[in-house]
Design a protein around this ligand. Structure first.
Ligand SMILES: [Zn+2]
Length: 345
């Protein structure tokens, strides 16, 4: 149904099964081998720079009232970032795995997981629990506990490299951190407060102005056509597109602050590229990938993320800083005119 011609190799399926059923146990080994404490420290500083920059941007918004801004800032201050791996590893006592019984292992792991989940009923929410394993190249925001989560495997190149320049890291993991924080303020996340409760903290007027801006973003993505005659669904992908746009804007601002502290890097070209160019180039680089047309068709109808090639160009097309960095002129493909340019967070 999704265009795949043959089953994945056995070793891929074996790793996938382990990842699904005993993922955090694998994660403990992965972290010990690939995730130094220094990376956690560096990324933690990046998160706090982004948070401070985000607060400045919210303060300066022209469309939001002072009362709503106050709550938005409280929510930002309450974001709990989780980096790399859980503070406390899961205890696997009680699950029995044997080297010669795949079906039995599958059953044992599924049962163990089911009991683990059932045991949570009636207990307080554990905000320190992770919804992704450390070896997953992904990140998420959870509106019901107001946490942003970055597994160890996304804290690697091209997203983050301890040896790379600031522009490269802010264009990569910086934009991802900004993206996850923005989910707290997208069309869905904005319906939850700092404690993760589903309450309305917006004035009616602010909500109306927010929706006028998001409508422009819906129209922008509706126009993208990844397959002949098949368009992106701007409404389905709205939350992710709001997050991409907010994320890259806040990361760009945070980079300017970082460069002020390190002026030598601000003027230095690397491989012939300026710092702004390196920022946008790495933002594009993190979206590299390929998808079979049939699978693409399924995803257009089901995935709240737009196809990667449009995520690479969608947000920068709304940024004057992008046009400046590459000396684009009015009318160029990635320059949206003032009327269509979207700026939300
Ligand atoms: Zn997202």
């Amino acid at each position: 149904m999704q265009g795949q011609q043959q089953q994945r190799p056995r070793e891929n399926r074996a790793v996938r099964a382990l990842d699904n059923d005993l993922g955090e146990a694998v994660g403990e080994l992965y972290v010990a081998r690939y995730f130094p404490a220094s990376s956690k420290q560096q990324v933690s500083e990046l998160v706090e720079n982004l948070r401070a920059t985000y607060a400045q941007r919210i303060g300066k918004l022209t469309w939001m009232s002072a009362a709503t801004k106050k709550v938005a800032l409280e929510k930002l201050a309450a974001f709990h970032p989780k980096l790399g791996y859980p503070d406390k590893w899961r205890d696997w006592t009680g699950v029995t795995i044997s080297p010669d019984n795949y079906y039995g292992n599958l059953l044992a792991a599924t049962q163990f997981d089911y009991n683990y989940d059932i045991a949570k009923v009636g207990k307080p929410t554990d905000r320190l629990e992770w919804g992704m394993t450390p070896q997953t190249v992904n990140a998420y925001y959870n509106p019901t506990d107001n946490t942003i989560n970055f597994p160890a495997a996304i804290l690697q190149p091209p997203f983050f490299d301890a040896k790379a320049d600031d522009a490269t890291n802010y264009g990569g993991i910086g934009a991802v951190i900004g993206h996850e924080a923005s989910h707290g303020y997208d069309d869905e996340g904005s319906q939850f407060d700092a404690q993760g409760n589903n309450v309305n903290w917006w004035s009616k007027d602010d909500r109306t102005k927010f929706e006028a801006r998001t409508a422009k973003l819906v129209a922008q993505f509706n126009a993208y056509e990844p397959l002949p005659g098949k368009h992106v669904n701007g409404q389905l992908t709205l939350g992710e597109n709001i997050a991409d746009l907010g994320g890259i804007n806040v990361a760009y601002d945070a980079l300017q602050i970082a460069l002020k502290k390190n002026p030598a890097e601000a003027t230095e070209k690397i491989d012939g590229y300026t710092e702004d160019q390196r920022f946008f180039l790495n933002f594009a680089r993190i979206w590299r990938g390929s998808t079979l047309p049939k699978r693409q068709e399924v995803l257009l109808n089901t995935d709240p993320h737009a196809p990667a090639q449009f995520r690479a160009i969608g947000a920068p097309s709304n940024m004057p800083a992008f046009a400046d960095a590459f000396k684009c002129k009015a009318g160029d493909a990635m320059v949206r005119d003032a009327e269509h340019q979207v700026n939300i967070w």
